[in-house]
Design a binder for this molecule. Structure first.
Ligand SMILES: [Zn+2]
Length: 192
């Protein structure tokens, strides 16, 4: 999947999870940083790809990308597995604990969840692509849906831009419209 599909998928899953919970007031800084963490999580597994959006935006990103790719075992390897998911989770938790004092009011627990939700959405979305995802590393098998490769999505092709991307927008419209009253009550009660 392309970077923008991953970004949208990460936000979609985040909204779905948040709105399935009873809403409670959070600091605006927490919401902003959680959203950012969610978007980073949504593309983080592709740090094993030198051309990933994650690296493209950095000046020496291409070089770092190549090094990271070698360390993580090439594209769609460690960072695209449950083991990698756990390692990233641990690393981000450690980083947030370190940044905690600087972030002040920010609820780093929620920021961590937002990152993890973003990263999980990435693995799910990549599972729909022809290449599949090695969910159970070190078991070297790449899983995908549907199981027959021929019916899966090719990254960046028409099916992704014409069906999957608009489909995610439609899911967002559904999530927001079906939670409309909840959102209105929440904004009236807590945002002034
Ligand atoms: Zn990926």
């Amino acid at each position: 999947m392309t970077g923008r599909t991953h970004d949208l998928a990460a936000a979609t899953l985040l909204f779905a999870v948040v709105l399935s919970q009873p809403l409670r007031p959070i600091a605006l800084s927490t919401a902003a940083i959680a959203l950012l963490a969610n978007q980073i999580g949504g593309i983080a597994p592709d740090i094993d790809q030198p051309t990933a959006p994650f690296w493209r935006n950095l000046p020496v990103g291409k070089l770092f990308g190549k090094v990271t790719q070698a360390v993580l075992g090439g594209h769609r390897f460690l960072s695209h597995s449950l083991l990698g998911f756990a390692i990233f989770g641990f690393a981000v938790k450690t980083l947030l604990a370190f940044l905690g004092p600087i972030l002040g009011q920010v609820d780093t627990g929620l920021v961590w969840w937002a990152f993890m939700i973003g990263m999980f959405s990435h693995l799910v979305m990549d599972s729909f692509t022809r290449e599949g995802v090695p969910w159970l590393l070190p078991v070297p098998y790449k899983f995908g849906f549907p199981p027959v490769k021929r019916f899966r999505v090719v990254t960046g092709k028409k099916f992704e831009s014409l069906i999957i991307f608009p489909g995610l927008i439609a899911i967002n419209a559904f999530i927001f419209s079906s939670n409309y009253e909840k959102i209105i009550t929440f904004t009236h009660a807590y945002i002034r």
